[in-house]
Unconditional design. Structure first.
Length: 135
């Protein structure tokens, strides 16, 4: 069992409270037997452990930040490439919809419909339809 404590922090200790320490209890067993014969109590200074944990966390955060920035850059490059390809495909589809695939000439959608009447001004057909003539 191990726990974080301070030296002289127990209720029956006297004197000022000391530095942070890790209090460790290890059971002692007899040689050749599994019977416990005692307990070893050790106090380890916590400062070196704290420095090591802090250094490890700092390195972890730096590696995480670098990895996430790299991931975002790769995803941006993939997204830009796919978007560029989609725009190119849309332009090609629009061209193919209006042009003949064999000759490259404009197809029937590029020419006005022969049945569309030529009107003198916009809206002329709506105001001069056959139903508006007096009978």
């Amino acid at each position: 069992m191990a726990r974080l404590t301070r030296l002289n922090a127990d209720s029956d200790d006297t004197g000022p409270v000391g530095v942070a320490a890790v209090e460790v209890y290890l059971p002692l067993t007899a040689v050749g037997s599994s019977q416990r014969i005692g307990v070893l109590e050790i106090y380890l200074p916590y400062a070196p452990i704290s420095r090591d944990v802090t250094a490890g966390l700092t390195m972890l955060y730096v590696n995480l930040a670098v990895g996430l920035v790299g991931l975002y850059l790769v995803l941006f490059a993939i997204s830009a490439s796919v978007s560029r390809g989609l725009r190119r495909q849309v332009a090609l589809n629009a061209h193919m919809a209006e042009h003949d695939a064999l000759t490259g000439l404009g197809n029937r959608t590029r020419f006005p419909a022969p049945w569309a009447p030529a009107t003198p001004w916009p809206g002329w057909a709506a105001t001069n339809s056959a139903s508006s003539w007096p009978t």
